[in-house]
Write a protein that binds this ligand. Structure first.
Ligand SMILES: [Fe+2]
Length: 439
């Protein structure tokens, strides 16, 4: 009998927390709708509801395709909710505000996969200059429920009024998805002229859907406080779309505690330090080269099962230590061959690593180092901001080497191919290629 009041109290707390007003504060990491390539598929909601509404302006009028009708609800935090028939990879909402050319509206967009836990994915103020749809984009993610909450408008009254609202998803094939991959990012320099700050700024300009952190996000100062003191000061604004893997420097702190505390659920989204996700037509796998690499271990068993389960035509994997590298700092790291064996057997296309502080691209090759069109193309991108190092002897199948240059790797992951560009911190493209078809 005591459970229900406690549950009600908990629900109120959750709702209040979710409804915290943000007014005109811009989102920490605004994502342009145009940056989410393939974000253009209008989703058809199965249920449209609202926290409150006027009888003459019910929620259904916000999805009737008619800009002359509207949903209106009164109150601070009043919201319109669009529920889809199933989860989909969502990337934006579109809102046509009633009298939107005469006044701005402060709003927050929330999404939820389960209808219980909602997250703030975009907050801001409408332009106040148009009655047409405005698009509010966010990092693509799986969800089923979308809420558009209203806080106030330029008329200084609490009537929320939306003429039309829509939810956009990523195309079924995902279109072309841009990612940035880079490792060996931060040391202790945080001012705007530091290489680390400049790779962060460059990545913001590229505006990828996801960022693949190739390990050693922090180099040499790796406690939780160090992450806040250094990495967070430059790359922190990009954290919402950053998918890390731990490097050897992060394990200099016992259990890589600083890394796991700083990245939180993003470091273990599926319970372990290795994980995978889909992006467009790609299956992307993040592995931990610092731990449990061998046949018979939990990571490799998981990897084989994960690769067997995917139906995506293209596969990329990333971790910190490269199997193949001409870098003078470290060179080849043969202990990750079991990763290569499993990925090669699954027909994987790309492997992305850091560790050596340089840029290197290889021809597709087999795990034993023999060049083959059926093999995997490896990139080493240890150029995120840490001190750079020269190359040593060139190893087999190395196609391109750039030393002494900080930058990031931009990958455009197509529906069945990929292209690459290594862009330096001055914005110059130093290496590029593709499209190369997936296996
Ligand atoms: Fe490293």
């Amino acid at each position: 009998m005591l459970r229900r009041p406690l549950f009600v109290l908990f629900t109120i707390v959750v709702v209040l927390a979710a409804a915290a007003p943000v007014h005109a504060r811009p989102p920490a990491d605004p994502l342009a709708a145009s940056a989410v390539t393939g974000c253009g598929t209008r989703q058809t909601p199965s249920v449209v509801s609202a926290s409150t509404y006027e009888d003459v302006n019910p929620p259904a009028q916000a999805v009737d395709g008619n800009l002359d009708t509207r949903w209106s609800g009164y109150g601070f935090g009043a919201y319109l909710q669009l529920e889809l028939p199933a989860r989909a990879t969502l990337c934006a909402v579109q809102v046509a505000w009633f009298r939107g050319d005469e006044r701005w509206n402060d709003y927050t967009v929330y999404t939820s996969a389960d209808g219980t836990t909602y997250r703030n994915v975009n907050a801001g103020r409408s332009t106040g200059t148009t009655r047409a749809m405005e698009t509010y984009a966010f990092t693509p993610h799986e969800a089923r429920f979308v809420r558009i909450a209203f806080w106030q408008n330029a008329s200084q009254h609490l009537w929320a009024s939306i003429s039309e609202a829509a939810v956009l998803g990523v195309d079924a094939t995902g279109g072309t998805q841009t990612v940035v991959a880079v490792g060996d990012i931060s040391q202790t320099c945080v001012t705007a002229d530091c290489p680390t700050a400049r790779t962060a700024a460059l990545t913001g300009q590229i505006n990828p859907a996801r960022i693949l952190g190739l390990g050693d996000q922090q180099n040499g100062n790796d406690t939780y406080e160090d992450f806040l003191r250094y990495f967070d000061k430059t790359w922190g604004p990009l954290k919402g779309r950053f998918h890390p893997t731990p490097g050897n420097h992060e394990y200099e702190v016992a259990g890589a505690d600083g890394y796991f505390r700083y990245f939180g659920p993003a470091a273990k989204p599926q319970g372990a330090s290795w994980y995978s996700f889909d992006l467009g037509n790609w299956h992307i796998v993040s592995l931990n080269s610092e731990y449990d690499r061998n046949e018979g271990g939990a990571q490799l068993a998981w990897l084989r099962a994960d690769l067997a389960a995917t139906t995506k035509p293209c596969i990329a994997a990333y971790w910190h230590r490269p199997k193949f590298s001409s870098g003078s700092g470290h060179g080849n790291f043969p202990n990750v061959k079991p990763f290569w064996d499993a990925l090669y057997a699954a027909g994987a296309d790309l492997v992305l690593n850091g560790h050596d502080h340089d840029y290197e691209r290889f021809a597709p090759q087999r795990p034993d180092g023999v060049a083959s069109p059926a093999g995997i193309r490896e990139f080493v991108v240890g150029t995120g901001g840490a001190g750079l190092r020269p190359f040593g002897a060139t190893v087999a199948n190395s196609e391109r080497r750039i030393a002494g240059t900080h930058g990031v790797l931009r990958l455009d992951l197509g529906t069945n191919d990929y292209t690459w560009r290594f862009v330096d911190i001055d914005g110059a493209t130093r290496d590029q290629g593709g499209p190369v078809a997936c296996h």
